[in-house]
Design a binder for this molecule. Structure first.
Ligand SMILES: Cc1cc2nc3c(=O)[nH]c(=O)nc-3n(C[C@H](O)[C@H](O)[C@H](O)COP(=O)(O)OP(=O)(O)OC[C@H]3O[C@@H](n4cnc5c(N)ncnc54)[C@H](O)[C@@H]3O)c2cc1C
Length: 329
């Protein structure tokens, strides 16, 4: 372990992580970002937006912006003010005593595990949308397969087209209801014969003339071509084993998210779904003093780039105040 104690270590490099870095660096805290090691979809430097080509709802970009470009720009802005960036993946943390210890590896370079000591830590490790696990999902990524209606629903490819939403819980119902504003029809495919969503939400969906439930069914395959993108899905009725094709220009997986917080288990309070529990209402404080969190790892509700960035900003300001209150300069 290096003998230096860092003032702020930020884990994660999505909108929350980079925004926290920009604020902490401008406050002269010389933050370190452990950005992910690029060895898996959820470990990529830049986070979830590295997987999308069109971001139309991040303020400041009238014509929209490519997700990768947005994230590279944030990284450059963080670096400009003195952020130190390492493409490392955090495997465990020890928050039992101060200074906190963070264990991380750089698998790309095959390095040994490094341990960094820090006065404050900002967790910004995001969450991953759960997909169905079909090979065709990856094939049609950005070509009609999505896991976020608010992000993608208004894109031209989905407007006035039939769409499919998979799932039966609150988020599936929310996605279907949201998409019904743009789509000609929304087929809500669910494995059971009733929705798991709350009664009010389920009723709202089932009385919406544009939403058509497809009960007791699972999507077997997404159909389409590289040129046209998604053109339909093949569904199987799980009771009769009969298969059918639903014509659709898009398929939205709405079967939940998994926060990237496994390495925090036993060290920080997480809720039953694994999200970091924030204390004190709308601030970024966690169950451990001096450890702050922001973005999708602590937010199962909004899950947007701009809300993640806002939470990253709060976490950096909270860390700065904590350091000042403890006389750490
Ligand atoms: C395909 C797609 C399209 C989207 N489109 C939009 C859109 O148009 N508009 C919008 O507002 N939102 C969109 N979103 C949602 C948006 O991307 C997220 O809300 C946002 O990225 C969350 O930011 P975050 O910083 O919390 O986490 P993430 O972006 O998920 O970043 C998490 C970071 O943590 C790193 N990490 C994870 N675990 C570790 C670890 N153990 N050690 C080190 N690093 C780690 C990852 O490598 C990554 O850098 C989209 C999402 C997807 C998947």
């Amino acid at each position: 372990m290096s003998s230096a104690i860092e003032k702020v270590v930020i884990i994660g490099s999505g909108p929350a992580g980079w925004t926290a870095a920009i604020y902490a660096a401008r406050a002269n805290l010389s933050p370190v970002v452990l950005a992910g090691d690029n060895l898996g979809r959820d470990r990529v430097k830049g986070g979830q937006l590295m997987w999308t080509s069109e971001v139309e709802n991040f303020p400041g970009f009238v014509k929209g912006i490519d997700g990768k470009e947005l994230m590279h720009t944030m990284e450059q802005q963080a670096a400009l003010f003195g952020t130190r960036i390492r493409s490392h993946f955090v495997t465990k943390v020890d928050f039992s005593s101060h200074p906190y210890r963070i264990f991380h590896v750089d698998d790309m370079a095959g390095e040994e595990e490094t341990v960094t000591a820090a006065h404050t830590v900002i967790i910004a490790t995001g969450a991953a949308a759960n997909y169905l696990g079909l090979p065709s999902e990856r094939k049609f990524e950005n070509l009609g397969v999505s896991a976020c209606a608010v992000c993608d629903g208004a894109l031209p490819r989905f407007r006035d087209q039939p769409l499919v939403v998979v799932g039966g819980g609150d988020s599936a119902v929310e996605e279907a209801t949201y998409l019904s504003k743009f789509a000609s029809r929304v087929h809500l495919v669910h494995r059971r014969d009733a929705l798991r969503a709350s009664k009010v939400m389920a009723n709202r969906a089932l009385t919406n003339p544009k939403i058509v439930p497809v009960w007791n069914s699972a999507v077997e395959e997404i159909l389409g071509t590289e040129e046209k993108g998604v053109t339909g899905v093949r569904v199987k009725n799980l009771q009769t084993h009969h298969t059918d094709v639903i014509e659709a220009s898009g398929m939205f997986a709405a079967i939940g998210h998994t926060p990237n917080t496994k390495f925090l288990e036993g060290q920080l309070e997480l809720n039953d779904k694994g999200y970091v529990v924030l204390k004190d209402g709308f601030r970024s404080l966690t169950s451990v003093e001096g450890v702050f969190a922001g973005g999708d790892c602590a937010d199962s509700t909004y899950r947007q780039a701009i809300t993640a960035a806002g939470m990253g900003c709060k976490a950096a300001i909270d860390a700065e105040r904590y350091l000042a209150e403890h006389g750490i300069h």
